[in-house]
Each structure stands twice: as structure tokens, then as C-alpha cells.
Design a protein around this ligand. Sequence first.
Ligand code: IVH
Length: 678
Amino acid sequence: MTREQAQKRIEALAAEIREHDHRYYVLDKPGISDAAYDKLFRELRDLEEAHPDLRPADSPTLRVGGGLREAFRKVRHTAPMRSLDSLMNADEVREFDGRIKKGLGLDEGLFATEVEYRAEPKFDGLSIELVYEDGVFVRGSTRGDGEHGEDVTENLRTIRAVPLRLREDGPAEGRRGVLAVRGEALMPVAEFEALNARLIAADEEPFANARNAAAGAVRQLDAAITASRKLDFYAYDVLHADHAAFATQGALLDALRAWGFHVDGGARACAGVDEVITYHAAIGEKRDALPYEIDGVVVKVEDRATHARLGLRSRSPRYAFAFKFPPREEVTQVLDIVVQVGRTGKLTPVAQLKPVDVSGVTVSRATLHNQDELDRKDVRIGDTVRVRRAGDVIPEVVEVLLEKRPEGAARFVLPERCPVCDAAVEKEGAAHFCTNGLACPAQLERHLTHFTMRSAMDIVGLGEKTVKQLLEAKLVKDLADLYHLTPIDLVGLEGFAEKSIDNLIAAIEGSKSPRLERFLFALGIEHVGETVARLLADHFGALDGLVNATVDDLQEIHGIGPEVAESVHHFFASARNRKVLERLRAAGVRPVAEARPSGPRPLDGEIMVFTGGLESMPRPDAQRLAERNGAKIARGISRKVTLVVAGPGAGSKRADAERLGIRIIDEAEFLRITRSAE
Ligand code: IVH
């Protein structure tokens, strides 16, 4: 390839990759498979390596980050990055609106004209300035003191939603001279939770919230770490433009979107302050379901010419304000720490808190998870703590305010004996368990309620209340006792008339032939939800094989990891649990398995890998179909693998399989083989 050809190809590849990045990260509509994308990316990287001087300043390969910096340079913003007045309730919002009307000389009488606003989500991230010169991203900085920020250009480049070049769909004036865009870098909630889980697993300090995690990622000295943190960026303002101008905030957002920025679709025009208040309430309702954290609504006067008329104060403008949500975090006191025993026997320390209102919900308890977590946060009785509610998650203690710790407060240690039945407690992994199994009343009550529920054994009429009654009357000491109940036993229980006694006995009797997967789910084995139960039922077909399976056997099943395998094995290895299973069997409980192909199956002995796309079904379904037909599914290509199903977009796995001479078939062939057996 000549130098000229290389240059052309580099430009074409960079443009194509930028287009795919935009589709993937901003529009959420990927245009090609990951494998095809990787191929383009590798080709560009190789070409640039061969011709380093031809690498464009906005090349997508610069997004991956590299090299460690010692500190960030200070840079001056193109215009001051002001903050907003924070208003906490509708009255304050009406007052602000009143001041705007007054400033504009609008009549406040009967026929008052309303001010038109644009209301937007208030992202709870990190305020950032992005500077473009002639349409190319050249510099990005944190807000800092509002006048100067830290130059974090290389880190921001790794955020896929930050356009490296403004798209031509947007106004051309913005692509001439300097355009400075303001927006928020943030970490999506799912990413934040995954990151914290990884940090905790690695014994490192997790972040208190998604904003801190985003700030930590943006201010990383090693851009490769920023790149691994999967940040997002939402644009909402133009700080400075040499040429572009916008009549309204709505038009400004449209231009940002057309230049390729991520702009939230939730922004709305509001005709007057009442609509602003309604919008705030509506977004507040949706807050927990959003993929990122917001802490309120930002309200701006829609007409930009009016902004200039209203003017600025030193720190904040008069044409906009933040209408905040009540905080999700509050400070309160730990009155006590109690230990709960769950269905699986797991001991959970729970902080009993002085009740406190956290964004509209009274919080009086917070989970402390386990001893390790307790030690890490070092929560003690009497401590003052910061608690948080996020989404539907159980409230948790974020941190202890150490300066407020009372003298003499002692570390909390989980008891050595079960607080419910006094049996010995054992540590397994991070958790402590009561060793008394189903003989511990706390475990039995929760076990029974789980066992009888609709998606498990489906025993109608045996809800939580009846389970409690049966336990109190000492009629049931393990799951199998349910099947020995007689009408006489139930006479005298509160709320049980003859008819309901008959119904309950009939429902219990009628539950004796559950489908195997429901039965496995009903047993309440730790980590065995409905999906895992189905995998186990599909794989073993009957209880016998499963009961004697080793951890290795279990891990062979696609979709079952080491933790689940360990837990299932542990459950069936317990003598106490085996006894309950035997008694259930003696009482006539016979789980039935889904019919599976009898005799030899077409994929017996094959170890299979699926790669690339499938047209007729999702990959997990295809894997289950293969397993039902006798195959085992492997995670990756190795010499053990005997058969590969390769679909469109199959990349390196296919190549590896070819190299090892493994048989490769397509989807149609796979369907032919499996259908022939059904
Ligand atoms: S406009 C001059 N719009 O909230 C007004 N700010 O103090 C410029 N924020 O630190 C800000 N979402 O980082 C605006 N949709 C939004 C916003 C937003 C979040 C942040 C901004 C600033 C703080 C307000």
C-alpha cells in the first residue's frame, strides 16, 4: 500500500468507526456486529502504527488511552462555568418565577403572561467543558473553580459518547472556529454497581455513589483506567460559540444532538411555572427507573434572548435554576444492630436506625450484609451514619461519621451461635450460616413459605399466615411433615372451617407430582432461582443424578458457575437435607421431569461452542437445545471441543476452531441434527 493509499484508508476507516460509535453509544442502534467492529478497529490501529504521522488528531484509536500522566494541567474555560440556584420546593420555584416575571416587566395581574421554560433532568455527575476547534475535539476540562479546570482531555477521549468530531448533520457554523459544549460525565447505575462489586471482591474500597465513581474515573492519571470504567456523557449547554447562535434552549439541544452528542430525550418545553412543577413530579416518579442518577430538574427560560435581558449574578444566572429532589442520603443514628437468620440459614446483621425520611420514605433499618462488610465500614452501635436509598435496593449504610462516634462504642461481631435456635454458626465464604438446617425455626418458616408459593409447589391456601400457625401449633417440623397433615390436625386452627380444611388437604395432596424444576426451586437452595432450577432439571432429568453430582459435574452445565455448583452440591451432600428428601419421597412426593429424548441422542458426547449470530432462536435457547440432545457446552475453543456452530459475524473463535481442525457447522445443519431427534 502506498503512503497515499494508506492515508485514504485511514480516513475512511476513522469515519466509518466514528459512525458506528455514534450509532452504538449515542443512538443505541448498533450497525454491525462486535466482531466486524473489532476488525475495522484493528485495521485502523495497524495502519496507524505503520504510519504514525498519518494518525488524525481525532482518531478513534486515541480513545483507548495510554501512558501515565503525573498531574493535570490547569486550563482556563472559554467562559465561566456558573452554577445554579438550588430550589427545594414548589413555593421557592414560584418565587423564582415571580422574580423572572418582575425582571421582564410581565404583568402579575389577572391576565399575567406565563414565562416559557425548558425543563431537563439534572444529571448527578461531573460538569465538563468540551472544546472543539473547526469541529474537532481539542480539549476537555473539569469545572474546577468555574474559571479554571483540570485538563482531562485524554480521559474524556475514552468516553464513547464524546464525539471526537462534530457530525455534519448539525449546524455548519458550529464547525467553524471554537465551539465549547458543557455537559455532564456520569457513570450509569448498572456500571457503578458492577464496579463496586468488583472492588469489594478485590478487597478494595468501593465508591460511595455513582458521582464519586465518575469523578474518580475522569480524574484518573492513567486514561486506560478511565476507558475501562464505561462512562457516559450528556450535553446540555453551549458555553461559547464563535459563530453558532440559538434562538431557544430547545434549538440548542437539537443542535447538540445533531452534532452527535448524547442529549437526554426527557427535556420538555413548559408553558409556565405550573407545568414545571408537574414535570418535576413526573420525572421524580421515574427517577428510580432511569439508567443514571439525577438529583433534580434544571429549568431554563426557553427564549435565549431573554437570558441576556435577565442577566447574571456572580455565581449563577437569573434565567435558570435547579429544582432539586429530596436527597437520597440522610444522616441518622444506629440504635442497635440485630442479626437476622434467613431461609438458607444465613446470618445478616441489620442496623436499626433512628427513623429518618430519605427522599419521601421513612428508613429505620439498613442491611450491613455480612461480617466482612461490617468490618469494612466498621459500623458500631451508637454511631452516626450516612444512609442511602437507591432504586428498589434495601437502604444501606454508606459511611460512618467517625467524628461523631460515642466513646466506648465497641466493634460488632456476629454471634457464634444462631440467635434463633442457638445452634453453632459456621463461616462459608463471606457469610455466616446457622448449622441447624431445617431444624432452625427461622429457616423452616421461610423455607415453608418459599416451598408452598405459586411458582414453587403451588399449594393454594398455604400462605405465610397459615405457615406461622402450623409452626406455632408444632404441626410441622420439616417440609415433609406437610404431607402428613390430617384434617384432624387442622381443626381448631383459627380461621379454618371444614371447607377450608378440605381444600388445604386437597391442595397439599395435589402438589405431589410437581415438575422437577419447580421442585428444585421449591427446595430453597441458595443461588437456585427458577432459571438455575430449570438448567438443573434439563440437564439431569431426574433427582437421582443430581443428588450425587460432584461440583465438577455441576460446573459442566452451561450457565452454572462455581458458586452455584458449590451451593447445590453442599445442599445435597447434607445428611439432614437428604433425610428430608427421603421423607418427602416416602410421603409420595414424586417430581416429574420433562420428557427427554430416549435412547441415544444425536449430540451425545459432543462438546460444543456457539459463535456468531443465530437467526432462529437466541443463543441460550440453542445451547439448551444442544444440551437436551446430549451435548455439553464449552465456554471457549480448546482441544476438548468437538463441534462448533458458527453463524454470521463469527470471529476469532471460528478461526481458532479451523486451526485446530474442529468440525464447524452452520445453524441450518445444527437444526437439522437436533430436529431429526424430536
Ligand atoms: S445548565 C449556567 N443543565 O447542575 C447553567 N446544568 O449547579 C449551566 N447539571 O454543576 C448549567 N444537569 O453541572 C445544566 N441539564 C442540565 C444539568 C446541569 C446537571 C449540573 C451542572 C451544574 C449543576 C448546577
